[in-house]
Design a protein. Structure first.
Length: 140
């Protein structure tokens, strides 16, 4: 039986980084959709209800923290796991991410290979948790 590809929304205003990450994440069996600011990310999240959202904190129009607050405030999107890529040099970015409900903060200053390894572990954990919850719902 073939599993459906998971939907992943990647919100980042730095287009070249977003495209590099999208290519790598697609190899992890995700159907990656891009948005270049928090407002567009919020709109796409409501339209597609992705399995997970990855966003940077600082962005134009609506930043990742504001987008996350808006996602958490609506019942239809409050359960979407959100991973925030933070500027690892600023502790206040990480504190703000946790405060608004991030599921995981990943500092961007650790290098792209380490960021991807952390994303891989986090996404695998999210996928297994969702599969377990689905199985438990079927047997109860």
């Amino acid at each position: 039986m073939h599993q459906r590809r998971r939907l992943l929304l990647l919100v980042d205003h730095e287009v070249s980084r977003a495209e590099r990450l999208a290519r790598r994440l697609a190899h992890m069996d995700y159907d990656v959709h891009l948005a270049d600011n928090g407002a567009m990310g919020l709109l796409k999240a409501h339209e597609m209800h992705p399995d997970v959202v990855i966003t940077t904190g600082e962005m134009p129009i609506l930043d990742g923290y504001q987008m996350l607050e808006a996602l958490r405030s609506k019942q239809q999107t409050s359960d979407i796991p959100v991973l925030i890529l933070t500027d690892g040099n600023r502790q206040e970015d990480e504190a703000r991410a946790w405060q608004v409900g991030a599921d995981l903060c990943i500092p961007l200053n650790q290098g792209e290979a380490d960021v991807l390894a952390t994303l891989h572990r986090a996404l695998s954990s999210i996928r297994h948790t969702k599969e377990l919850n689905t199985t438990l719902a079927l047997v109860s």
